[in-house]
Design a binder for this molecule. Structure first.
Ligand SMILES: [Fe+2]
Ligand SMILES: [Fe+2]
Length: 171
């Protein structure tokens, strides 16, 4: 039986944040081959984490009186910003500029994690909104297992943007 800490949705997402940040720390010291391997690993880890948030966590909070819609939108736009780099790196993980791209991605993710975790952020909003965080955590575990199985069989499809229009050009 998983312990409550593992099924609680907020605890699970925070644990993911810690794992992602530890991998980015490792990337700072990594050589070329290691950069490629760790880069693919961290990009896929973030993709799965964002999918769990976008498919389950954010929708559970959206519309609740305790939810700040502007914070939810900001979070999803930060996801889009990260996905631009993630899709680019995963399309060609051995590319010449993978290391600086991953460096920027790491900085963006540290900022994004802070926004989700800080006072007034979406995690605290969810706790105050009375959402059943254990049921949500269980649903997330199930979805995570599906996505990991999909990843084991090959690559996950490129991440889709929420709001950022990648084809937009100024008039
Ligand atoms: Fe997020
Ligand atoms: Fe997150």
């Amino acid at each position: 039986m998983p312990s409550p800490a593992e099924t609680n949705a907020v605890a699970k997402l925070k644990a993911d944040h810690d794992r992602v940040e530890a991998l980015f720390k490792g990337l700072k010291e990594a050589g070329e081959d290691e950069t490629e391997r760790l880069g693919v690993q961290v990009c896929n880890m973030i993709k799965i984490h964002m999918a769990l948030e976008e498919e389950l966590f954010y929708p559970a909070l959206r519309g609740k009186p305790e939810a700040r819609e502007d914070k939810l939108d900001e979070g999803l736009i930060e996801h889009d910003s990260g996905k631009l780099i993630i899709n680019d790196v995963l399309a060609d993980p051995g590319q010449e500029r993978a290391a600086p791209k991953l460096q920027v991605l790491g900085e963006q993710m540290v900022h994004h994690h802070k926004e989700e975790e800080e006072e007034g952020g979406i995690f605290e909003q969810a706790e105050k909104a009375g959402i059943d965080l254990n049921a949500l955590g269980e649903a997330m575990q199930k979805r995570e297992a599906e996505l990991k199985a999909e990843l084991n069989e090959g690559d996950l499809p490129p991440s889709e943007m929420n709001f950022v229009d990648v084809d937009a050009t100024p008039e």
